[in-house]
Ligand binder design. Structure first.
Ligand code: NAD
Length: 285
C-alpha cells in the first residue's frame, strides 16, 4: 500500500549493505565485528529478541555471543561479566536486555558499559554526548524512527513534530534527533492534558508510549506522517499505539506495527556495532 513506510524492506536493504561491508573488512583486515547480547533473568520477550539479534548477526557475518545469566544473578556477577566484555577484543558492541531482575541496580549496570561499546546508547555518558551535540552512538530505536522518517524524503526543517513519550530510551532521544533536523518539537506525555490539541496541529507525530489505539484518525491533521514506535500485544497480536484504520484515512504516510520501526531497530544495532568496530581498530571501510 502506498501510504505504508515499509520497515522490512528498509531493513533488508540495509542488512545487505552491512553484509557486503563486513565481507570487505574480513577480506581486507581479517577481522570481524562482534556483538555480545547480555540477558539476565527469564524475561520471555527479551529472550526471543536476543535470539533474533543473534540470527541477524549470523546473516551479516558478525561474530556474536549470547550471555544468559540466571534470575538470581548478583549485581557483582553481572558487573564481572561486563568487565570481561568491555576488555574482550572480539567484542565491538554490548547490548544489555532490560528489564533486569530486582536487586540489580539498572543505573549501575548502564554506567558500567564501556562508552566505546555502548551500541544502544544506554550509558549516561553516551546520552550526555548526544545532548551536547558530540559524536556518539545514537540509541537504536530513535535512530530507526528518524531513519524511517527521513526515508520518506520529507523536509523536516520547520515542521511541527509531536513526540508522544518522554522516556530516556525512545521519546527524549527522538525529540533531540529531530531538533537537530531543525523541526519544532512538542513532547507530550502521560500528564499532557489534551493530547489531541497538540497532535491535530502536527505535520508529523512520533508515538512511543505502549498504549494501543491511543492515536486515532480524528486526532491527526490531513496528510500527517505517523511514525509508530509503540508495541503492544492485543488478543495475541502485535499492534502499535495507533488506531491503524482510522489513522490510515488521514495520513499521507505511516509506519505499520509490525513491519515498521521494529525491524529497522535491529539493523541500527548492527550498524552501530560496525561503527564501534571501525573505531576500536581504527579501520576504514
Ligand atoms: P516507557 O514506558 O518508558 O515510556 C512511555 C512514555 O509514554 C512515558 O514517557 C509516558 O509519559 C508516556 N505516556 C504514557 N501514557 C500516556 C498517555 N496516555 N498519553 C501520552 N503519553 C503517555 O516506554 P518506552 O520504553 O519509551 O517505550 C515506548 C513504546 O515503544 C513501548 O510500546 C515499547 O514497547 C516500544 N518500543 C519499541 C521498540 C521497537 O524497536 N519497535 C523499541 C523500544 C520500545
Amino acid at each position: 500500500m502506498k501510504k505504508i513506510i515499509d520497515g522490512r524492506k528498509m531493513s533488508k536493504d540495509l542488512l545487505e549493505e552491512i553484509k557486503t561491508k563486513t565481507q570487505g573488512l574480513k577480506d581486507k583486515y581479517n577481522k570481524t565485528p562482534g556483538l555480545a547480547v547480555v540477558l539476565i533473568g527469564d524475561d520471555k520477550a527479551s529472550g526471543v529478541y536476543a535470539n533474533n539479534i543473534i540470527k541477524k548477526c549470523d546473516a551479516v557475518g558478525f561474530f556474536s555471543e549470547k550471555h544468559s545469566l540466571e534470575q538470581n544473578t548478583t549485581e557483582n556477577e553481572a558487573l564481572d561479566l561486563l568487565d570481561k566484555l568491555n576488555n574482550d577484543e572480539k567484542i565491538s558492541g554490548i547490548l544489555i536486555q532490560f528489564p533486569l531482575p530486582k536487586g540489580i541496580n539498572e543505573n549501575k549496570i548502564k554506567s558500567y558499559i564501556s562508552d566505546k561499546k555502548d551500541v544502544d546508547g544506554i550509558n549516561p555518558l553516551t546520552a550526555g554526548k548526544l545532548y551536547s551535540g558530540l559524536n556518539t552512538f545514537i540509541p537504536c530505536t530513535p535512530k530507526a524512527a528518524v531513519k524511517l522518517l527521513k526515508s520518506t524524503g520529507v523536509e523536516l526543517r520547520g515542521k511541527n513534530i509531536v513526540v508522544i513519550g518522554r522516556s530516556n530510551i525512545v521519546g527524549r532521544p527522538v525529540a533531540e534527533l529531530l531538533l537537530k533536523e531543525n523541526a519544532t518539537i512538542t513532547i507530550c506525555h502521560s500528564k499532557t492534558t489534551n493530547l489531541e490539541e497538540h497532535t491535530k496541529k502536527a505535520d508529523i507525530v512520533v508515538s512511543a508510549v505502549g498504549y494501543p489505539n491511543l492515536l486515532k484518525g480524528h486526532m491527526l491533521k490531513d496528510g500527517a506522517i505517523v511514525i509508530d514506535v509503540g508495541t503492544n500485544v492485543v488478543d495475541g497480536k502485535l499492534v502499535g499505539d495507533t488506531e491503524f484504520d482510522s489513522a490510515l484515512e488521514k495520513v499521507s504516510l505511516i509506519t505499520p506495527v509490525p513491519g515498521g520501526v521494529g525491524p529497522v531497530t535491529i539493523t541500527m544495532l548492527l550498524e552501530n556495532t560496525l561503527e564501534a568496530f571501525l573505531k576500536q581498530w581504527e579501520l576504514e571501510l
